[in-house]
Design a protein around this ligand. Structure first.
Ligand SMILES: O=C(Nc1ccccc1F)[C@H](C1CCCCC1)n1c(-c2ccc(Cl)cc2)nc2cc(F)c(F)cc21
Length: 218
Protein backbone atom coordinates (compact mmCIF):
# COMPACT_ATOMS: atom_id res chain seq x y z
CA UNK A 1 0.00 0.00 0.00
CA UNK A 2 1.87 3.11 -1.23
CA UNK A 3 2.08 5.88 1.36
CA UNK A 4 0.36 8.96 -0.13
CA UNK A 5 2.06 12.16 0.99
CA UNK A 6 1.34 15.77 0.05
CA UNK A 7 4.65 17.58 -0.36
CA UNK A 8 5.41 20.95 1.22
CA UNK A 9 5.03 22.78 -2.09
CA UNK A 10 1.76 20.96 -2.82
CA UNK A 11 0.55 22.04 0.64
CA UNK A 12 1.48 25.65 -0.18
CA UNK A 13 -0.23 25.42 -3.61
CA UNK A 14 -3.42 24.07 -2.00
CA UNK A 15 -3.44 26.86 0.59
CA UNK A 16 -3.05 29.59 -2.07
CA UNK A 17 -5.87 28.14 -4.15
CA UNK A 18 -8.25 27.47 -1.24
CA UNK A 19 -7.70 30.92 0.29
CA UNK A 20 -8.32 32.54 -3.10
CA UNK A 21 -11.42 30.39 -3.64
CA UNK A 22 -12.88 31.39 -0.27
CA UNK A 23 -11.87 35.04 -0.70
CA UNK A 24 -13.55 35.30 -4.09
CA UNK A 25 -17.02 34.32 -2.95
CA UNK A 26 -20.21 35.75 -4.41
CA UNK A 27 -21.01 39.14 -2.79
CA UNK A 28 -24.68 38.73 -1.95
CA UNK A 29 -25.73 35.21 -1.02
CA UNK A 30 -28.22 34.09 -3.68
CA UNK A 31 -29.53 31.22 -1.54
CA UNK A 32 -30.43 33.67 1.24
CA UNK A 33 -32.28 35.90 -1.27
CA UNK A 34 -34.21 32.95 -2.67
CA UNK A 35 -35.13 31.74 0.82
CA UNK A 36 -36.27 35.24 1.87
CA UNK A 37 -38.62 35.98 -1.00
CA UNK A 38 -40.52 34.37 -3.84
CA UNK A 39 -39.73 36.18 -7.11
CA UNK A 40 -41.51 36.26 -10.47
CA UNK A 41 -39.96 34.43 -13.43
CA UNK A 42 -38.74 37.79 -14.79
CA UNK A 43 -37.16 38.78 -11.48
CA UNK A 44 -35.53 35.34 -11.21
CA UNK A 45 -34.14 35.65 -14.72
CA UNK A 46 -32.70 39.05 -13.85
CA UNK A 47 -31.25 37.65 -10.62
CA UNK A 48 -29.62 34.84 -12.58
CA UNK A 49 -28.00 37.26 -15.03
CA UNK A 50 -26.72 39.38 -12.13
CA UNK A 51 -25.36 36.30 -10.32
CA UNK A 52 -23.77 34.91 -13.48
CA UNK A 53 -22.14 38.28 -14.24
CA UNK A 54 -20.72 38.67 -10.74
CA UNK A 55 -19.61 35.04 -10.88
CA UNK A 56 -17.54 35.74 -14.01
CA UNK A 57 -15.80 38.64 -12.27
CA UNK A 58 -15.14 36.42 -9.25
CA UNK A 59 -13.76 33.73 -11.58
CA UNK A 60 -11.32 36.16 -13.24
CA UNK A 61 -10.02 37.29 -9.83
CA UNK A 62 -9.77 33.69 -8.65
CA UNK A 63 -7.75 32.54 -11.70
CA UNK A 64 -5.17 35.28 -11.05
CA UNK A 65 -4.28 33.34 -7.90
CA UNK A 66 -3.77 30.01 -9.65
CA UNK A 67 0.05 29.62 -9.70
CA UNK A 68 1.15 29.53 -13.33
CA UNK A 69 -2.13 30.78 -14.83
CA UNK A 70 -0.82 34.29 -15.54
CA UNK A 71 2.27 32.77 -17.21
CA UNK A 72 0.01 31.18 -19.86
CA UNK A 73 -0.46 32.90 -23.22
CA UNK A 74 -2.82 35.85 -22.62
CA UNK A 75 -5.30 34.72 -25.29
CA UNK A 76 -5.27 31.21 -23.84
CA UNK A 77 -6.12 32.64 -20.41
CA UNK A 78 -9.22 34.25 -21.96
CA UNK A 79 -10.13 31.05 -23.84
CA UNK A 80 -9.93 29.09 -20.57
CA UNK A 81 -12.10 31.62 -18.73
CA UNK A 82 -14.70 31.77 -21.49
CA UNK A 83 -14.70 27.98 -21.84
CA UNK A 84 -15.19 27.30 -18.13
CA UNK A 85 -17.45 30.15 -16.99
CA UNK A 86 -20.74 28.22 -17.35
CA UNK A 87 -19.32 25.06 -15.76
CA UNK A 88 -17.89 27.12 -12.89
CA UNK A 89 -21.28 28.74 -12.38
CA UNK A 90 -23.09 25.36 -12.21
CA UNK A 91 -20.36 24.01 -9.92
CA UNK A 92 -20.76 27.01 -7.65
CA UNK A 93 -24.56 26.61 -7.76
CA UNK A 94 -24.17 22.95 -6.78
CA UNK A 95 -21.91 23.89 -3.89
CA UNK A 96 -24.38 26.56 -2.76
CA UNK A 97 -27.20 24.01 -2.96
CA UNK A 98 -25.23 21.35 -1.06
CA UNK A 99 -24.28 23.67 1.82
CA UNK A 100 -25.48 22.53 5.24
CA UNK A 101 -28.64 24.57 5.97
CA UNK A 102 -31.15 24.60 8.85
CA UNK A 103 -33.66 21.77 8.39
CA UNK A 104 -36.30 22.49 5.77
CA UNK A 105 -34.30 25.27 4.08
CA UNK A 106 -32.89 23.06 1.31
CA UNK A 107 -36.41 21.89 0.45
CA UNK A 108 -37.67 25.49 0.23
CA UNK A 109 -34.64 26.46 -1.87
CA UNK A 110 -35.24 23.51 -4.20
CA UNK A 111 -38.92 24.46 -4.55
CA UNK A 112 -38.07 28.11 -5.32
CA UNK A 113 -35.59 27.01 -7.99
CA UNK A 114 -38.06 24.51 -9.48
CA UNK A 115 -40.60 27.33 -9.78
CA UNK A 116 -38.11 30.00 -10.84
CA UNK A 117 -38.88 29.83 -14.56
CA UNK A 118 -36.54 27.05 -15.67
CA UNK A 119 -38.27 24.70 -18.10
CA UNK A 120 -39.30 21.33 -16.70
CA UNK A 121 -36.97 19.28 -18.95
CA UNK A 122 -33.84 20.79 -17.33
CA UNK A 123 -34.94 20.56 -13.70
CA UNK A 124 -34.20 16.83 -13.27
CA UNK A 125 -30.68 16.75 -14.79
CA UNK A 126 -29.80 19.92 -12.89
CA UNK A 127 -30.89 18.63 -9.49
CA UNK A 128 -29.40 15.18 -10.21
CA UNK A 129 -26.08 16.97 -10.65
CA UNK A 130 -26.54 19.11 -7.53
CA UNK A 131 -27.39 16.05 -5.45
CA UNK A 132 -24.48 14.03 -6.84
CA UNK A 133 -22.15 16.88 -5.87
CA UNK A 134 -23.76 17.05 -2.42
CA UNK A 135 -23.26 13.30 -1.86
CA UNK A 136 -19.49 13.79 -2.24
CA UNK A 137 -19.34 15.93 0.92
CA UNK A 138 -16.31 17.75 -0.48
CA UNK A 139 -14.05 19.68 1.88
CA UNK A 140 -13.34 23.24 0.78
CA UNK A 141 -9.87 22.33 -0.52
CA UNK A 142 -11.46 19.74 -2.82
CA UNK A 143 -14.06 22.27 -4.00
CA UNK A 144 -11.37 24.84 -4.76
CA UNK A 145 -9.17 22.30 -6.57
CA UNK A 146 -12.10 20.88 -8.53
CA UNK A 147 -12.98 24.37 -9.80
CA UNK A 148 -9.30 24.92 -10.66
CA UNK A 149 -9.13 21.61 -12.58
CA UNK A 150 -12.30 22.64 -14.46
CA UNK A 151 -10.78 25.99 -15.44
CA UNK A 152 -7.54 24.32 -16.57
CA UNK A 153 -9.23 22.08 -19.15
CA UNK A 154 -6.80 21.93 -22.11
CA UNK A 155 -9.36 21.12 -24.84
CA UNK A 156 -11.42 24.30 -24.56
CA UNK A 157 -12.15 26.01 -27.93
CA UNK A 158 -9.34 28.27 -29.26
CA UNK A 159 -6.67 27.20 -26.74
CA UNK A 160 -3.37 27.33 -28.67
CA UNK A 161 -0.80 25.91 -26.23
CA UNK A 162 -2.77 22.93 -24.88
CA UNK A 163 0.42 21.32 -23.52
CA UNK A 164 1.04 24.26 -21.17
CA UNK A 165 -2.53 24.03 -19.82
CA UNK A 166 -2.24 20.24 -19.53
CA UNK A 167 0.94 20.57 -17.42
CA UNK A 168 -0.83 22.98 -15.05
CA UNK A 169 -3.93 20.80 -14.84
CA UNK A 170 -1.78 17.71 -14.13
CA UNK A 171 -0.16 19.57 -11.21
CA UNK A 172 -3.58 20.34 -9.73
CA UNK A 173 -4.93 16.83 -10.42
CA UNK A 174 -1.97 15.31 -8.56
CA UNK A 175 -2.70 17.38 -5.45
CA UNK A 176 -6.45 16.67 -5.71
CA UNK A 177 -5.82 12.92 -6.09
CA UNK A 178 -3.63 12.82 -2.96
CA UNK A 179 -6.11 14.96 -1.02
CA UNK A 180 -8.97 12.60 -1.94
CA UNK A 181 -6.99 9.58 -0.74
CA UNK A 182 -6.15 11.31 2.54
CA UNK A 183 -9.63 12.78 3.13
CA UNK A 184 -11.60 9.67 2.11
CA UNK A 185 -9.36 6.68 3.01
CA UNK A 186 -12.37 4.38 3.23
CA UNK A 187 -13.32 5.18 -0.37
CA UNK A 188 -10.43 4.43 -2.79
CA UNK A 189 -12.58 5.30 -5.86
CA UNK A 190 -13.55 8.73 -4.48
CA UNK A 191 -11.16 10.63 -6.79
CA UNK A 192 -12.60 8.81 -9.83
CA UNK A 193 -16.13 9.69 -8.68
CA UNK A 194 -15.09 13.32 -8.31
CA UNK A 195 -13.73 13.45 -11.87
CA UNK A 196 -16.90 11.72 -13.09
CA UNK A 197 -18.85 14.75 -11.85
CA UNK A 198 -16.87 16.90 -14.32
CA UNK A 199 -18.34 14.88 -17.18
CA UNK A 200 -21.86 15.43 -15.77
CA UNK A 201 -21.01 19.12 -15.37
CA UNK A 202 -19.99 19.46 -19.01
CA UNK A 203 -23.23 17.80 -20.13
CA UNK A 204 -25.33 20.09 -17.92
CA UNK A 205 -23.48 23.12 -19.29
CA UNK A 206 -24.44 22.13 -22.84
CA UNK A 207 -28.07 22.82 -21.82
CA UNK A 208 -27.25 26.30 -20.53
CA UNK A 209 -28.12 28.32 -23.65
CA UNK A 210 -31.39 26.42 -24.05
CA UNK A 211 -32.19 26.81 -20.33
CA UNK A 212 -31.98 30.58 -20.71
CA UNK A 213 -33.83 30.67 -24.04
CA UNK A 214 -36.70 28.58 -22.66
CA UNK A 215 -37.09 30.49 -19.38
CA UNK A 216 -40.84 30.65 -18.84
CA UNK A 217 -41.73 34.38 -18.72
CA UNK A 218 -45.36 35.16 -17.97
O1 LIG B 1 -28.10 32.31 -9.08
C1 LIG B 1 -28.03 31.18 -9.46
N1 LIG B 1 -26.88 30.47 -9.52
C2 LIG B 1 -25.63 31.03 -9.20
C3 LIG B 1 -24.92 31.78 -10.13
C4 LIG B 1 -23.68 32.30 -9.78
C5 LIG B 1 -23.16 32.07 -8.53
C6 LIG B 1 -23.84 31.30 -7.61
C7 LIG B 1 -25.06 30.77 -7.96
F1 LIG B 1 -25.76 30.01 -7.13
C8 LIG B 1 -29.27 30.39 -9.87
C9 LIG B 1 -30.62 30.98 -9.41
C10 LIG B 1 -30.86 32.34 -10.07
C11 LIG B 1 -32.22 32.88 -9.69
C12 LIG B 1 -33.33 31.90 -10.02
C13 LIG B 1 -33.10 30.55 -9.35
C14 LIG B 1 -31.72 30.00 -9.73
N2 LIG B 1 -29.12 29.00 -9.37
C15 LIG B 1 -29.07 27.92 -10.18
C16 LIG B 1 -29.15 27.95 -11.65
C17 LIG B 1 -28.09 28.46 -12.39
C18 LIG B 1 -28.19 28.51 -13.79
C19 LIG B 1 -29.34 28.09 -14.43
CL1 LIG B 1 -29.44 28.18 -16.17
C20 LIG B 1 -30.41 27.60 -13.67
C21 LIG B 1 -30.31 27.55 -12.28
N3 LIG B 1 -28.95 26.81 -9.47
C22 LIG B 1 -28.91 27.17 -8.16
C23 LIG B 1 -28.79 26.43 -6.99
C24 LIG B 1 -28.77 27.08 -5.78
F2 LIG B 1 -28.66 26.39 -4.63
C25 LIG B 1 -28.88 28.48 -5.71
F3 LIG B 1 -28.85 29.08 -4.52
C26 LIG B 1 -29.00 29.25 -6.87
C27 LIG B 1 -29.02 28.58 -8.09
Amino acid sequence: KEKVEITKEQQALMKIITDAYNRHQIPQDVAKKLLQDQYSAEENFLLLTEMATSQVQVLVEFTKNIPGFLSLDREDQIALLKGSAVEAMFLRSAQVFSRKMPSGHTEVLEERIRKSGISEEFITPMFNFYKSIGELHMVQEEQALLTTVTILTPDRPYVKDQQAVERLQETMLDVLRKLCVLQHPQEPQYFARLLGRLTELRTLSHYHTEMLASWRMN
